[in-house]
Write a protein that binds this ligand. Structure first.
Ligand code: 26V
Length: 817
C-alpha cells in the first residue's frame, strides 16, 4: 500500500485551506469575504488539481521512461460525472477538505454539489468507459482514453406538463479539470481527391489531396487512480478552423461574415454529442466526428510510437487499441492509410492491434454508412475499405469455394440501394478479438449477427468480458456510510481495490449490531432521496415505504412501459379493495428516471404516461402512502449517486436477449438493494454469483423470444393478458388524461405484434412483484438477502474486467510503480 506522502496531497487541513484561500484571492481574484459556494468549489478544485498535476506528470514520465505497451481506449463517449469528489477520495484527502471547508464556513456536500456533471455520453456505454479509466489508473496500466470534447453534452431534460423538453447542456463555462494543449494539434483532412504519385522516397503511392482541413486541438483531463500515484490521461479533441483556412482574403475584403461562418463550420464537428443510443441515423456530421476523432488520435499514437525510435514491426508490441463499439472503426482504415500511403510500407498481414467490443445486438443500432457518403468525405478510405473487403472475400472464397451466398452475407459492403458500408463487419475483420459484454450477450452475437464470422475465423476470435463497475465511485463515493461500515468488517479499505474481499461480510449476516447499522444506512439514504423529491417535486413520500426504482435511458426494449402498466395494475387493485384490506398492503414508491432520445416518439409517450399516472395516483386520498409515482427529471451520473443507494428494489426488465449487459444492475446490488429482472444480460451472472434466492427473476427466456414473436405476427390481433387488458381499459377510459395520447403504446402491444413481449411477461411480472411485497414484509430476512448479495458481488468490479481485457485481449502488464 502507498503511504500518503509518496504521492501528492495536503499535509493537513490548514495546508488545504491555505491553498483554497490562495486560489480565491489570486486565481479567481476575489476577496475571501466575497467567496460564495461557487467560488469555494472553484478554489477547492484548483487546489486538488494542483496536486493531481504532479502525480499526472510523474505518471506520464514513468510511462515514457518504461516505454512499454500502452492501451488506447477509443470511445466517442466518456460519461465522467463530477470530478472533485472523485479526486478527493481517490487521492485520499476528503477528510482534510471537509474540515478545511468547514472552517471556511462551508459544508463539503454543498461545495461538491456546485459542480456541473461532465455528461459526454448517453448511458451505459459511456459510463462503462469512465469506469474503465478509473480501473486502468488504479491498476497502474499505461492507458490513454481518447474522445471528443463536445461543447454540448447530453441535453438537460426538463419535464413540462408531463412531457420531456430538451435544453442544451452548455457545460464548459468553467471547467478546471481540463487542460487545453494549444501546442498539440493535428490537421484533419476531408473531401478532396486521390491520385497515384510518388512519396518522399520515390515510391508510388496513393496521394489524397485537396478538400478542406479542420484542426484538432487536444484537451487533457487527468484521471486519478485510487490509492496510487498513477494518474492517467484522457485526451479529448476539439475542432477549430485550420489556421490556413481562415480566409483573410474574405476578411480583408469586408466579407467578415462568411469568414466567421467557415470558422463556425469547423467548430461544429465537436459541438454536440448525438443524443441517440441504440439508433443509427447515418448523419454526415456524425461520420465527420468519427473520422476527425479517430484520425487525430491515431496521429497522436503514431507520433508517440515514432518518438521511441522503434521500427514498425514493433508497433503491435507497443500499441493496443480498443474500439468501444463500432464508432471508432475508421481507425482500422486510417492506420492502413498511414502505413501504406504515408509510411510506404507493404500491405501486410493483420496485426493484433485492434480489439472490438460490441455493446448491442439491436439491428437498428448497428452502424452503416452509405458508400457514396464515404466516397465523397473520405475518398481514399473508401478505396482501402474496398481493398480490405476484397482480401477478406478472397480468403473466404478459398476457404469455402463456391459459396456465393456466404460472400454476399459477410461482405463489408451491403449490396443494397444505396450501397452501405457495414461498420460492425469491418470492425470484426480488422480486429484480432471481438468481445461481448456479458455471457449471454457474447453467446448471442456468435449465433446471430456474427454467426458467419465464427465459421470463417473460428471460435477463438470471439470472447466475453462481462462488464464491471468501479467500486470507488459506485460505493465509496456514492454511499460513504455503507462503504465505511463494510470497511470496518472486511479489514479496512483494501476491498475497494480487491472487491472479492466483500465475501467476508457473510460472516456478519447474523451480527445484530451490524444489521442494525446496515438498515439504518439504507433508511438514511432513503430519507435523503425523499427530501430531494420533496424539494424538487413537492411530493411527500414515506421513507419507510418500499422504494422501487427504474432509472436508465427510456427505450421500448428496456420496458419502462411494463413497469408503468404494473403500477397502474397495482393502483386499480388498491382502488378495488376495501379500506381494511388496503391497510394490509405494502406501501410503495415507484421511482422512474431517464432521458428519451429527442426523436424517439414512443419513448416520449412512455414518459408522458408515467407523469400522468403520477399526477392521478399521488393525489388520490384513497391511496395515500400506499402508492406514489415519481418521475425524477434529468437523470445523470450525479443523480444516480444519490438514487442508487436509496433503492430497496430496482428494475432490470428488458425483453430477454435485448440488454447486452446492463451495469446499473451491478451498482444497485452493490449498494444493498435487491433487483427484479428478466433472464437477460448480466442479470444472469448476478444471479449465479449472489444466488437465485436473492433475486426476483421473471419472464420468458431469450431462446423463446423468436418463436413468440413469430406466433404474434401470424395473428391478426393477438390475445392480450387479461390483467393487462384491464390496464389498457383504464387508460382508454381516460383515467390518466387524454387516451389518444397513449394509443400508439397500446397499439404496439395489441395490433403490432407486441415485439417486446410486454403482454407475454405481464402476469409473471405482477406475480413476482407480489413475492417482492411479501419478502419485504419480513425485514429481517430482507436485510439478510441484501447483505449476502453485497458479499457476493466481488466479481462485478471493473478492475476484474480490465484485468481480463489486459490478459485476454491487450496482452499487457501493469506498470511497476
Ligand atoms: C449506438 C449509437 C448508434 C449510432 C448513433 C449514436 C449511438 C450511440 C450509442 C450507441 C451505443 C448503443 C449501445 C449501448 O449503449 N449499449 C449498452 O452498453 C452497455 C455497456 O456495455 C451495456 O451495459 C448495455 O446493456 C448496452 O445497452
Amino acid at each position: 500500500a502507498w503511504t500518503k506522502n509518496e504521492f501528492s496531497g495536503f499535509k493537513n487541513k490548514d495546508d488545504f485551506e491555505r491553498e483554497v484561500v490562495r486560489h480565491v484571492e489570486t486565481t479567481l481574484a476575489r476577496s475571501l469575504y466575497n467567496c460564495d459556494q461557487s467560488a469555494a468549489y472553484s478554489a477547492s478544485s484548483l487546489a486538488f488539481r494542483d496536486r493531481l498535476i504532479k502525480d499526472w506528470n510523474k505518471t506520464q514520465q514513468r510511462q515514457t521512461f518504461a516505454d512499454q505497451k500502452r492501451i488506447y481506449y477509443l470511445s466517442l463517449e466518456f460519461l465522467m460525472g463530477r470530478a472533485l469528489d472523485n479526486a478527493m477520495l481517490n487521492l485520499g484527502f476528503k477528510d482534510v477538505a471537509k474540515e478545511g471547508l468547514a472552517e471556511l464556513g462551508f459544508q463539503i456536500e454543498d461545495i461538491i454539489g456546485q459542480e456541473h456533471d461532465a455528461a459526454l455520453g448517453n448511458g451505459g456505454l459511456g459510463r462503462l468507459a469512465a469506469c474503465f479509466l478509473d480501473s486502468m489508473a488504479t491498476l497502474n496500466f499505461s492507458a490513454w482514453g481518447y474522445g471528443l470534447r463536445y461543447r454540448y453534452g447530453i441535453f438537460k431534460q426538463e419535464i413540462i406538463d408531463g412531457y420531456q423538453v430538451e435544453v442544451p447542456d452548455y457545460w464548459l463555462d468553467f471547467n478546471p479539470w481540463e487542460f487545453p494543449r494549444h501546442d498539440v494539434t493535428v490537421d484533419i483532412q476531408f473531401y478532396g481527391n486521390v491520385r497515384k504519385g510518388e512519396n518522399e522516397n520515390g515510391k508510388t503511392v496513393s496521394i489524397w489531396e485537396g478538400g478542406e482541413t479542420v484542426t484538432a486541438v487536444a484537451y487533457d483531463v487527468p484521471t486519478p487512480g485510487y490509492d496510487t500515484p498513477s494518474t492517467n490521461n484522457l485526451r479529448l479533441w476539439s475542432s477549430k478552423a485550420a489556421s490556413g483556412e481562415f480566409d483573410f482574403q474574405k476578411f480583408n475584403s469586408g466579407d467578415y461574415e462568411s469568414s466567421v461562418a467557415d470558422q463556425q463550420r469547423a467548430e461544429t464537428i465537436s459541438a454536440v454529442l448525438y443524443p441517440n443510443d441504440n439508433l443509427d441515423r447515418g448523419k454526415e456530421l456524425r461520420v465527420k466526428q468519427q473520422y476527425f476523432w479517430v484520425a487525430a488520435s491515431l496521429y497522436d499514437i503514431v507520433r508517440r510510437f515514432k518518438k521511441s525510435g522503434r521500427s514498425w514491426n514493433e508497433f503491435p508490441d507497443q500499441v493496443a487499441i480498443q474500439l468501444n463499439d463500432t464508432h471508432p472503426t475508421l481507425a482500422i482504415v486510417e492506420l492502413q492509410r498511414i502505413l501504406v500511403d504515408v509510411e510506404g510500407l507493404e500491405w501486410d498481414e493483420a496485426w493484433s492491434i485492434f480489439g472490438y467490443t460490441n455493446h448491442t445486438v439491436l439491428p437498428e443500432a448497428l452502424e452503416k454508412w452509405p458508400v457514396g457518403l464515404i466516397e465523397h468525405l473520405l475518398p481514399r478510405h473508401l478505396q482501402i475499405i474496398y481493398d480490405i473487403n476484397l482480401f477478406f472475400l478472397q480468403s473466404v472464397e478459398s476457404q469455402f469455394p463456391g459459396d456465393s451466398d456466404l460472400l454476399t452475407r459477410v461482405s463489408i459492403i451491403e449490396e443494397s440501394q444505396p450501397k452501405m458500408v457495414r461498420m460492425a463487419y469491418l470492425a470484426v475483420v480488422g480486429s484480432h478479438k471481438v468481445n461481448g459484454v456479458a455471457e449471454l450477450h457474447s453467446d448471442l452475437i456468435k449465433t446471430t449477427i456474427f454467426k458467419d464470422f465464427v465459421t470463417i475465423f473460428g471460435e477463438d476470435k470471439f470472447t466475453n468480458v462481462t462488464n464491471g463497475v468501479t467500486p470507488r465511485r459506485w460505493l465509496h463515493q456514492a454511499n460513504p456510510r455503507l462503504s465505511e461500515l463494510i470497511a470496518s468488517k472486511v479489514g479496512g479499505n483494501e476491498y475497494l481495490k480487491d472487491l472479492t474481499l466483500l465475501n467476508k461480510l457473510e460472516l456478519f449476516v447474523d451480527d445484530k449490531e451490524f444489521r442494525k447499522e446496515w438498515a439504518e444506512i439504507k433508511y438514511a439514504n432513503k430519507v435523503r432521496l425523499a427530501k430531494y423529491i420533496k424539494s424538487t417535486l413537492n411530493i411527500n413520500v414515506n421513507p419507510a415505504a418500499l422504494f422501487d426504482v427504474q432509472v436508465k435511458r427510456i427505450h421500448e426494449y428496456k420496458r419502462q412501459q411494463l413497469n408503468i402498466y404494473g403500477v397502474i395494475h397495482r393502483y386499480l387493485t388498491l382502488k378495488a379493495m376495501g379500506p381494511e384490506e388496503r391497510k394490509k398492503q405494502q406501501p410503495r414508491v415507484s421511482i422512474f428516471g431517464g432521458k428519451a432520445a429527442p426523436g424517439y416518439w414512443m419513448a416520449k409517450q412512455i414518459i408522458h404516461l408515467i407523469n400522468n399516472v403520477g399526477s392521478v395516483v399521488n393525489k388520490d386520498p384513497d391511496i395515500g402512502d400506499l402508492l406514489k409515482v415519481i418521475f425524477l427529471e434529468d437523470y445523470n451520473v450525479s443523480k444516480a449517486e444519490m438514487i442508487i443507494p436509496a433503492s430497496d428494489l430496482s428494475e432490470h426488465i428488458s425483453t430477454a436477449g435485448t440488454e447486452a449487459s446492463g451495469t446499473s444492475n451491478m451498482k444497485f446490488v452493490l449498494n444493498g438493494g435487491l433487483i427484479i429482472g428478466t433472464c437477460d444480460g448480466a442479470n444472469i451472472e448476478i444471479t449465479r454469483e449472489i444466488g437465485q434466492e436473492n433475486i426476483f427473476l421473471f419472464g420468458v427466456l431469450s431462446e423463446d423470444v423468436e418463436d413468440l414473436r413469430h406466433a404474434h405476427a401470424s395473428k391478426e390481433q393477438h390475445v392480450i393478458d387479461p390483467a393487462l387488458t384491464k390496464v389498457f381499459e383504464a387508460i382508454q377510459g381516460g383515467m390518466f388524461g387524454n387516451p389518444q395520447d397513449f394509443n400508439a403504446m397500446i397499439s404496439a402491444v395489441r395490433d403490432h405484434g407486441d415485439f417486446y413481449l410486454v403482454s407475454d411477461d405481464f402476469q409473471s411480472y405482477i406475480d413476482t412483484h407480489s413475492s417482492v411485497d411479501e419478502a419485504y414484509r419480513n425485514q429481517e430476512e430482507w436485510v439478510s438477502m441484501c447483505i449476502r448479495s453485497v458479499a457476493r458481488m466481488g466479481f462485478f468490479s471493473s478492475d476484474r474486467c480490465i484485468n481480463e481485457y489486459a490478459e485476454g485481449i491487450w496482452n499487457i502488464e501493469p506498470l511497476a510503480v
